[in-house]
Design a protein around this ligand. Structure first.
Ligand code: NDP
Length: 410
């Protein structure tokens, strides 16, 4: 329940947009918290997917479903006007972020997402488009919370938590993302294949002494040890949370992001790239314009279908080095999440789970007023403590490890 400005308990209604792998987790988690999320509405492009989730969760919890093309703000506005939510949770694709933000402004409602806006025709990851909404949200007293997934999301909150409790000043940050699981498929991505492949085929980028430095795609490698998994080849990539974290923690001298990939995955990717299947440039096929990557998405396994039989776990965390009481120190904050445990709990694999749970937590903190700031807000700008508490309570427990030294060779 949400306390309004007269101190009266009010209903907390959310509208979730998107009915894919991540949304399935968020809906199931929200549905259990009946007092926090009193009414849930669900809208997506393919309404049958919304109906299937509604049938699974119960019509008493997901009150109504809608077909919506969220590329068009006026379609989103029509849904918002029909169900009148307190918060719109955008779990569709990054392409829809701006149209959904426009609809939220027009209808005077708060906004949350898990991935920053990308134009469909350029694989470009930056916050400029969404940060440009700052004044419009602030003027209306509305809040737009950006990137409430795991990375971005939890990794930003880990950074804020470390800054608050472990350091006087942060100097270096290395986010590491390892999926040590095995889904038994020759090649599959763990979240939307189109968005995933756009992300990993771009040039690497990291922050060093006040500027962004670029590397060839997946050309910088470190063999890192991951708790409860072992040593895995980890590749430097660009990831969107680096941009907001270095903005909000200006003492950071170097910020990097690493992700693990197995040889089989990289070989498949190399072949697919080599034959042009990862291109986003549309080609003419039998008189129809199609982007090869969109076609590839259609033939790859649906990430939501990988959960059954998925073994192993993820380990995602943040190495932070800095100064406390004049002494240099390094800590690692991380979570392990087991695919089979997620499947048993909500019928999903760990990558959907580690994104869907933080989306639920961000929504809960906004609705109960714990996280409240007018404008466009990145996760690390808010008090990390209530979020960290909820991670422990809702399936993503974290650990802090004090390290003798940094695990990176350079
Ligand atoms: P899916 O492809 O499984 O789901 C996306 C959903 O959005 C689908 O239901 C799709 O509809 C719907 N959708 C797509 N286009 C539109 C549109 N124009 N209008 C309405 N609905 C639309 O993706 P995931 O669940 O794997 O990912 C969801 C989001 O989470 C993505 O933005 C992804 O980048 C982000 N993410 C964030 C992570 C983090 O840690 N921060 C990690 C993983 C993902 P349809 O069923 O018709 O295709």
């Amino acid at each position: 329940m949400r306390e309004n400005n007269k101190g009266v308990l009010a209903m907390s209604k959310i509208l979730i947009i998107g009915a894919g792998g991540v949304a399935a987790v968020t809906i199931k988690k929200c549905a259990r918290l009946t007092e926090m999320f009193s009414e849930i509405y669900l809208a997506s492009r393919t309404v049958s997917k919304c109906e299937a989730l509604q049938a699974e969760v119960g019509i008493d919890r997901v009150k109504k479903v809608y077909a919506v093309d969220a590329d068009h703000a006026h379609e989103v506005e029509a849904v918002i006007n029909d169900c009148n939510p307190d918060l719109v949770v955008n779990l569709a694709l990054p392409y829809q972020d701006l149209a959904i933000m426009d609809a939220c402004l027009a209808c005077h409602v708060d906004y949350l997402d898990t991935a920053n806006y990308e134009p469909k025709d350029v694989a470009k990851f930056e916050y400029s488009w969404q940060w440009a909404y700052q004044e419009r949200f602030a003027e209306k007293g509305l809040m737009a919370l950006l990137g409430s997934g795991f990375d971005p999301g939890v990794t930003n909150v880990y950074t804020a938590y470390a800054a608050k409790h472990y350091f006087d000043e942060i100097h270096t940050l290395d986010i590491v993302d390892c999926n040590g699981g095995d889904h038994g498929q020759a090649f599959a991505t763990n979240f939307n294949p189109e968005i995933n492949i756009r992300e990993i085929t771009q040039r690497g980028r990291y922050w060093q002494d006040g500027e962004w430095l670029e590397t060839e795609p997946l050309s910088v490698r470190e063999d890192l040890h991951y708790q409860n998994i072992g040593t895995r080849a980890s590749y430097l990539m660009y990831h969107e949370e680096l941009e907001s974290i270095v903005k909000h923690f200006p003492t950071i001298k170097r910020a990097r992001f690493w992700m693990t990939f197995g040889d089989a995955y990289l070989n498949h990717l190399k072949v697919l790239e080599g034959i042009g299947m990862t291109s986003i440039e549309p080609i003419d096929f039998n008189g129809q314009q199609i982007a090869p990557l969109e076609f590839l998405k259609a033939v790859l396994p649906n990430p939501g279908s990988l959960a059954e039989g998925y073994t192993g776990m993820t380990c995602i965390g943040t190495y932070i080095t800095g100064i406390k009481d004049g002494q240099e120190k390094t800590i690692f904050i991380y979570n392990n999440c087991e695919h089979a445990v997620c499947n048993e709990e909500v019928g999903s694999q760990a990558v959907s789970y580690t994104t869907g749970v933080p989306a639920m937590i961000g929504a809960a903190l906004m609705l109960n007023g714990t996280w409240r700031q007018a404008g466009v807000v990145n996760m690390e700008q808010m008090d990390p403590d209530p979020f960290m508490k909820m991670l422990n309570e809702h399936g993503l427990p974290w650990h802090v490890m004090e390290c003798d030294s940094s695990p990176f060779s350079k």
